[in-house]
Ligand binder design. Structure first.
Ligand code: AMP
Length: 284
C-alpha cells in the first residue's frame, strides 16, 4: 500500500493509474478502523477496483468539539489492517492539506429536509461538514466508485444528494455496503472502543430494539407505540435514546403506520454512557 499525505502527490499518482484504465474506488473514513471499514475495502478489491482509502477526522462535521477531541486515532493499527486487506492507497492528509484557507472557506451545500430530521436535527451543522469534506475529497480523487456503509444511512442519502448537486451522479457509482456487526448484533463502530465493559455489555440492546421494531411494526402495531416501547426498554436498561424513528426509506419522512407498499427504515441514536451510537434497519 502506498501512503500519500499530499494532495498533489496523490493526484499525480492517480492520473497515471487512470491513463492505464484502472477504475478508482474511494472509501472515505475517519480511521480507528474495524471490520466494517475493511468490508468496504474488500468490496472494491473483489470488484477488481483500485482501493483508495482516506483517513481524515474532519473537524467541520463535529458539532460537539468534545466529541472531536475524544475521537479515537489509531493510525499505525489502521495501516496494518489496510495492508492485510490489500488496500492500494491510503490518503492521510492534514487538516491544512484539506482546508488550506480554513474550513469556513470550503464550499457549503444545502441538503434541505435531510438536514432537519434525525441526525440532521440532533447534530446541527454535521451534514454541512460532511458535505464540505466529501465534496473536496471527490474533487481530489475523482473516483469511479464510492463505497459507503449503510450503517450511516442518512449520511449515504446526503452524499448521494451531494453527488447530484455536484453533477457527479452519472460519473460515480455509489456502492452501499451492509452493516457489519459484532456477534451480539452491535453495529461495528470506531466509537465502540470507548465503551467500558459494562457499557459494552448493554450496547447490543440497540440492535435488539431494531429487531423488535421490525417484528412489531411489520405486524401492524402503531409506530408510535413501537417507538415508545423501545425508548422505554432502552431507558430501563441504562441506555439514553436520542431518537427512535420509523421513516420512509427514500425520503426519511417520519411514518405512523405500516404500509407494505412503502420501503421503510427504523433509525436509532442513543447514548451508552458518554458514547453516542447510531444504527438502523430496513423494515421491509
Ligand atoms: P467512519 O470512519 O465512521 O466515518 O466510516 C467510514 C465508512 O465506513 C462510512 O461509509 C461508514 O458508513 C462505513 N462503516 C462504518 N461502520 C460500518 C459498519 N459497521 N459496517 C459497514 N460499514 C461501516
Amino acid at each position: 500500500m502506498i501512503v500519500f499525505k499530499r494532495v498533489s502527490e496523490l493526484q499525480s499518482y492517480l492520473q497515471t493509474q487512470q491513463k492505464s484504465d484502472s477504475k478508482i474506488g474511494f472509501i472515505p473514513t475517519m480511521g480507528a478502523l474495524h471490520n466494517g471499514h475493511i468490508s468496504l475495502i474488500s468490496k472494491a478489491k473483489e470488484e477488481g477496483i483500485l482501493a483508495v482509502c482516506s483517513i481524515f477526522v474532519n473537524p467541520a462535521q463535529f458539532n460537539d468539539k468534545k466529541d472531536f477531541e475524544k475521537y479515537p486515532s489509531t493510525v499505525a493499527e489502521d495501516i496494518v489492517l489496510l495492508d492485510a486487506a490489500k488496500c492500494d492507497i491510503l490518503f492521510l492528509p492534514s487538516v491544512h492539506e484539506i482546508y488550506p484557507k480554513g474550513e469556513d472557506d470550503a464550499k457549503s451545500y444545502d441538503f434541505g429536509f435531510l438536514e432537519t430530521v434525525y441526525e440532521g436535527a440532533k447534530r446541527p451543522g454535521h451534514f454541512k461538514g460532511v458535505g464540505k469534506v466529501v465534496a473536496l475529497l471527490l474533487q481530489i480523487i475523482q473516483p469511479d466508485v464510492l463505497y459507503m456503509g449503510s450503517k450511516d444511512y442518512q449520511q449515504c442519502m446526503v452524499v448521494k444528494n451531494l453527488c447530484l448537486q455536484m453533477g457527479l451522479s452519472e460519473r460515480i457509482r455509489f456502492e452501499t455496503c451492509p452493516t457489519k456487526r459484532e456477534a451480539d448484533g452491535l453495529a461495528m463502530s470506531s466509537r465502540n472502543r470507548r465503551l467500558s465493559d459494562s457499557e459494552r455489555s448493554i450496547a447490543a440492546i440497540i440492535y435488539q430494539c431494531l429487531i423488535s421494531i421490525q417484528n412489531k411494526a411489520t405486524s401492524g402495531m402503531s409506530f408510535r407505540i413501537v417507538e415508545k416501547e423501545c425508548t422505554e426498554l432502552m431507558c430501563a436498561k441504562g441506555i439514553k435514546p436520542e431518537y427512535v424513528g420509523i421513516a420512509h426509506a427514500d425520503s426519511l419522512e417520519p411514518l405512523a403506520d405500516f404500509d407494505p407498499a412503502v420501503k421503510m427504515v427504523v433509525l436509532i441514536a442513543a447514548w451508552v454512557g458518554d458514547v453516542r451510537l447510531i444504527d438502523n434497519m430496513i423494515l421491509n
